[in-house]
Design a protein around this ligand. Structure first.
Ligand SMILES: [Zn+2]
Length: 343
């Protein structure tokens, strides 16, 4: 749609350029017309970005979910009803989910005026995904609710990242484990590394850290072939050297993550912003405004982002550009200079 839109702008500009030459249409001036068309197309993009107050250097909430169960037993659990209302609120507030892989690699493709959100699910519990023998997600599981909310709210994508461990949605047979990852892939979901055994990596020697992360990658690749793009640190604990989580090699397994996620407790910078640190990307726990979540969990932060809309990531609708108010230029990451669209 957006590519077509841009194409139409170019055609329109060409037509206008030809008209300007006069009634004699036998002489073509392709070079001049192309330059004019490019300028006009850029001007149209700038105008469109300004119109929706695009801010692709703004902040993105990365929300961390764990189990979705009827009777929560920990601070991390959501009930199915709470989880549904979490998602409905995001849809109502104009958010569109992107995966952790899309976010960390700067491939955010959402409509103009919409805000990116990343939904992450840790620890691969059956409450996130349980399938019947026809491959239908069980009622009340996180995936079923997410797909249902996406269906009821056009434009809200059922996109999310699942940080899996050896628990693998409660499945033990390798074929059944492979089925779960296959289903997630076939349905457009992203699979992330959460290490195999979910031990804290804090204070461990490099070899132990690298072995655990490599084992997490192997767990996934042995079942479905594709190495995870991102890692979520167990308990959000960073190893002694942050970079050990990003890349390493253990035996014949080498990993190289585009991003490493923490557990707390603020919105994250856009991947195009200089403040983006791929070695420690903050996430926000999904929880109401109460107790220690009065300020630093999802409800509180989503309220804050509504009240401070100028700080929030807002798309210009064109995945090939990075649009922002021009005074923010000093915050643009060098890697994205070629895509810059200041207005
Ligand atoms: Zn975990």
């Amino acid at each position: 749609m957006r590519v077509l839109g841009a194409g139409l702008v170019v055609i329109g500009a060409l037509a206008a350029g030809c008209g300007g030459v006069g009634t004699d249409t036998t002489v073509a001036k392709p070079k001049v017309d192309t330059a004019a068309a490019t300028r006009q197309a850029k001007a149209a993009k700038v105008a469109a970005a300004a119109k929706v107050k695009a801010n692709e250097l703004g902040q993105i909430p990365v929300i961390m979910f764990h189990r979705v169960v009827d009777k929560p037993t920990t601070q991390d659990d959501r009930t199915p009803a709470q989880f549904r209302s979490d998602l409905e609120r995001l849809a109502k507030d104009g958010y569109v989910p992107v995966s952790a892989a899309e976010y960390t690699t700067g491939k955010i493709d959402i409509p103009a005026g919409k805000h990116a959100v990343v939904l992450t699910f840790d620890d691969s519990s059956p409450s996130q995904l349980t399938l019947d023998e026809l491959g239908q997600p069980k009622q009340g599981t996180a995936v079923q609710i997410l797909q249902d909310v996406a269906k009821r709210n056009p434009g809200f994508r059922a996109a999310a990242t699942f940080y899996v461990t050896r628990d693998m949605f409660g499945k033990t047979a390798p074929e059944e484990q492979a089925q779960m990852l296959l289903w997630l892939k076939q349905n457009g979901f992203d699979i992330g590394n959460h290490t195999r055994d979910h031990h804290s990596l804090s204070g461990k020697p490099q070899k132990a850290v690298v072995d655990e992360i490599a084992a997490g990658q192997k767990l996934v690749t042995a079942l479905d072939g594709a190495p995870p793009v991102t890692l979520a640190l167990p308990y959000g604990n960073q190893p002694r050297k942050k970079d050990w989580a990003r890349s390493g090699k253990s035996g014949d397994v080498a990993y190289n993550h585009a991003g490493v996620f923490l557990a707390g407790y603020t919105p994250a910078p856009a991947p195009y912003n200089k403040n983006f640190d791929p070695l420690g990307i903050p996430r926000i726990r999904a929880m109401d405004k109460k107790g220690d979540c009065a300020q630093f969990c999802s409800t509180a932060w989503l309220d804050w982002l509504n009240q401070n809309a100028d700080q929030r990531y807002t798309s210009d609708g064109d995945p090939t550009t990075v649009a922002y108010p021009k005074f923010k230029a000093p915050f643009l990451r060098k890697d994205f200079t070629a895509r810059a669209l200041p207005y």
